[in-house]
Design a binder for this molecule. Sequence first.
Ligand code: NDP
Length: 282
Amino acid sequence: MANIIDGNKIAKDIRLKLREETLAFKEKTGLVPGLAVILVGEDPASQVYVGRKGKACEEVGFLSREYRLPADTTESKLLTLIHDLNRDEFIHGILVQLPLPKHIATDKIIAAIDPHKDVDGFHPYNVGGLVTGSPLFIPCTPRGIMELIASTRIELAGKDAVVVGRSNIVGKPMALLLLAQNATVTMCHSKTRDLPAVTSRADVLIAAIGRARMITADMVKDGAVVIDVGVNRLDNGKLAGDVAFDEVVAKASYITPVPGGVGPMTIAMLMKNTLDAAKMKA
Ligand code: NDP
């Protein structure tokens, strides 16, 4: 039976530590770390995420500013807001909640954020930095996953790591971080031939797909570390991950639950990146 990695507890410990660090930082510099979160439209899931980010800011002692803009906000209006926030001395981190409405070019918006305030780590400058090994910021979800893996004390060097999903926000940065820790990394996606053959070789398996319970026990190696990034809403209203938890838990050595695994870590890492941004400014 696998050990269940408690993301809620690990994230809470990180937030408590950040609160202390923030206090010390304020005393030393007189600065208060500030995060601006921009939400365009009324997507219910995004509204929940933005609310949680504001709450986490309060908890660790940051200044939090929320910009909730209507769905028909123009691209140029959003760009103007970002340029203003780039110049705002009280704001150290800027986060644009994705997805954006279709009439707005996401790439253009992300590229407009000052890379030193890009606490999501999605700006091409930081993506390039991640590839070469020196980003200002690491994207929050993959950074949080590395903390979860570190909590198992399993050495990654030489291990076979398989990442299912190749998005810019999870799959690709995840693969780069595992590679930087000397894992042998394979990336899978919807065109991968014989996915079970690849996943069942994984010592560390990351599922970032967005399909409920797609990773079943027959796709998992005995004793693997299984990290479930997926957040899927079932017809009965409950949340499910990309991993069939009930059966995989009997085979893995470590596994993350959904909810309570990767999700809380993403927000904790956003707080960490924002404090790092304020320290850079100081
Ligand atoms: P995307 O939709 O951007 O990417 C999904 C990836 O899965 C794609 O690369 C796609 O392949 C691949 N995929 C889809 N179907 C299959 C299949 N049958 N076999 C193999 N690969 C497949 O999703 P995200 O990366 O943004 O998110 C993934 C999941 O993680 C979602 O459930 C999301 O809600 C969740 N998430 C959770 C976060 C958290 O904090 N807990 C943060 C971010 C995301 P292809 O590229 O070929 O289309």
